[in-house]
Design a protein around this ligand. Structure first.
Ligand SMILES: Nc1ncnc2c1ncn2[C@@H]1O[C@H](COP(=O)(O)OP(=O)(O)OP(=O)(O)O)[C@@H](O)[C@H]1O
Ligand SMILES: [Mg+2]
Length: 249
């Protein structure tokens, strides 16, 4: 589904992605974990062309993005963004549109769907995320958990094949985390491919089929959650998970 080869990116002379290769199969759910500043968000943003890179390639289905952000890549970018949805950490909802307005915006203005059909589908998506009763509310009047679910419904409105989520649980209290896990587990059951950056190990354990650990712009470890999160090979992963401390204590 997604094939990333030797991705490299520097900021101010500093390598943020230092040759990252990874593949994400259709229907797979992968958790990206690792210490702060390790390049997780940068990597995720490269997967749907929100960020350009210096070397390497990102292939999504039959479309391949290369280095830079040349005009020649415009058509490829457009296709990739339709296939790969993104849910931002801070959601970035349109403040001047209602919950329903947020969900139908892209189908109507990007895809050219009729308002009536988009509204019907938008309502079904809001029902899906448990927000039918809030369709007329503006983001400012929604709780963090509600805004996040609108953001997920908005991403799903474009029928993505892959959903990327950057720290989806970071602004949620523990109860809401459980609801989000349930919601995403439902999407997983329908075969949606997901890649999520997370600091929440419960989230990684309950949802992911595979965990990638990014550190210093490289994948230093990967495997099934049970292995990587309980018996990591790499000292940096053990330190990040606090396992060395508990082993001593
Ligand atoms: N626009 C930018 N300009 C300069 N440096 C940047 C920019 N964006 C990110 N960086 C740097 O790149 C490195 C990786 O950042 P990134 O946001 O990908 O890390 P992360 O793993 O997502 O961290 P966190 O867990 O804190 O979100 C950091 O050192 C960061 O300061
Ligand atoms: Mg980040």
């Amino acid at each position: 589904m997604i094939d990333v080869k030797e991705l490299r990116k520097r900021y101010d002379g500093q390598a943020v992605l230092d040759g990252v290769s990874a593949t994400f199969a259709r229907g797979e759910v992968v958790a990206l974990v690792g210490p702060s500043g390790g390049g997780k968000s940068t990597f995720l943003r490269c997967l749907n062309g929100l960020e350009s890179f210096d070397a390497g390639s990102v292939r999504v289905g039959g479309d391949t993005l290369g280095p830079g952000c040349g005009r020649s890549q415009g058509a490829v970018l457009g296709r990739i963004r339709q296939r790969v949805g993104f849910v931002f950490q801070q959601w970035h909802l349109f403040a001047h549109r209602t919950a329903l307005g947020n969900v139908i915006e892209a189908p109507v203005f990007v895809r050219g769907l009729g308002v009536r059909e988009a509204t019907e589908r938008g309502r079904a998506l809001l029902a899906r995320v448990g927000l039918s009763h809030r369709e007329s509310a503006y983001p400012a009047a929604l709780s963090g958990g509600e805004q996040q679910r609108v953001a997920i419904a908005r991403a799903l409105a474009m029928d993505p094949e892959v959903l990327l989520l950057d720290e989806p649980t970071s602004a949620l209290d523990p109860e809401r985390v459980g609801e989000l896990v349930d919601l995403l587990a439902g999407l997983r059951a329908e075969g949606l491919t997901m890649v999520a950056v997370t600091h929440e190990m419960r989230f990684a354990r309950e949802l992911a089929s595979r965990v990638l650990v990014l550190h210093g712009g490289r994948v230093i470890e990967e495997g099934v959650p049970d292995e990587v999160l309980t018996r990591p090979n790499h000292a940096r992963t053990r330190a990040f998970l606090g396992l060395d401390r508990s082993a001593r204590g």
